[in-house]
Design a protein around this ligand. Sequence first.
Ligand code: ZN
Length: 147
Amino acid sequence: MDNATVTDAHNQTGDEDPAVPPRPANPNTRYHTRKARDAEARAAHAAASRQWRRALAAAAFNRDDQKRLLNAIRNGTTVANAARDLGLTHQAIYKRASWDTRFGNQLERALAETCPAGTHCGKPSGARFYHGHCHACRIAKRHPTTE
Ligand SMILES: [Zn+2]
């Protein structure tokens, strides 16, 4: 390739001001390199950060760990204790269940199978007095409208 070809390829449009570098197309790149804080850049940065955090979470709490947690719950261990045995918190488990729907469904099934509330399941008393931990009991505890 000779010099003339390089120059021609570089000045294809010819109307760019060399003092002003072209605006990066990726809003997340603008967030980092230009300190752009407009809504588009902030949203792109948040999405990239979320994707990164979820990739870390997926690596730290993999399918084998999930199986161990679900087996522990089926054997009567609480979510908090089962999580602690894996070096996690119950908040981390429920957060994971909120976006990892496959795991979330498995967790809710295990909690429903082992809910100790019996006939009080799904009522405020189920969670309050019988340690009901299934989805229905947790909702009833948060919104005690019926008994
Ligand atoms: Zn229940």
